[in-house]
Design a protein around this ligand. Structure first.
Ligand SMILES: [Zn+2]
Length: 200
């Protein structure tokens, strides 16, 4: 592999991360290639540590340490175990929890239904959601999904599945920016949306 192929490989990897476009990835790759401040060594060590010590909680899907699984959110007995907030991504859990307006438990689907990309309900953590509703005797499900076509389709699909179950299904109130994800909403907007959640 010559130097431009090596840099290109690195840029392709970086561009797969959220929020990083192709051009930014190329600039990062060049910066790392010219590194004289130990950034590369630190990055390699941090990446290795992340891979070795961090995982997704086997119950809710949020990011946790390997030796703390189920995570603190799942084992904290001061949280209301009767309410489950369903989100797309672990980063949404962090955003909602930071808003301080919700004290129940969480469940990350790890995506949303997107038939164009081949992502159907089978790709999502819906089976584990259904079994949690039973085993944890959940009384309310809050669907905190993004306000776009795919988020709406996912919310309707889950609400339909839960129709026969003895569980209240609500969705975050409008007020969240149309077409945007939970993690991009500010704490005040999120708090209002949770407080004003509506039945489905
Ligand atoms: Zn958890």
């Amino acid at each position: 592999m010559n130097s431009s192929e090596i840099l290109n490989r690195l840029a392709v990897c970086l561009a797969r991360l959220p929020g990083i476009g192709r051009r930014s990835a190329e600039r990062m790759a060049l910066k790392l290639a010219r590194d004289t401040h130990g950034i590369v060594d630190e990055l390699v060590a941090a990446l290795r540590e992340t891979r070795e010590k961090i995982c997704c909680c086997s119950r809710c899907g949020s990011v946790t340490a390997n030796d703390e699984n189920p995570c603190r959110l799942c084992t904290d007995i001061t949280r209301d175990g009767r309410i489950l907030c369903v989100v797309e991504d672990p980063s949404d859990i962090m955003a909602i929890d930071k808003s301080g307006s919700y004290h129940g438990r969480y469940h990350a689907l790890m995506g949303k239904m997107a038939p164009a990309r081949g992502d159907g309900p089978k790709q999502l953590r819906i089976d584990s959601l259904l079994s949690r509703i039973e085993s944890e005797k959940i009384e309310e499900i809050i669907l905190a999904l993004s306000t776009d076509v795919e988020g709406d389709a996912t919310a309707s699909y889950i609400a339909e599945l839960l129709k026969e179950k003895n569980v209240k299904v609500t969705r975050l109130a409008s007020g969240l920016p149309a077409g945007s994800g939970i993690m991009y909403s500010d704490a005040i907007t999120l708090a209002k949306a949770i407080k004003g959640r509506q039945g489905m």
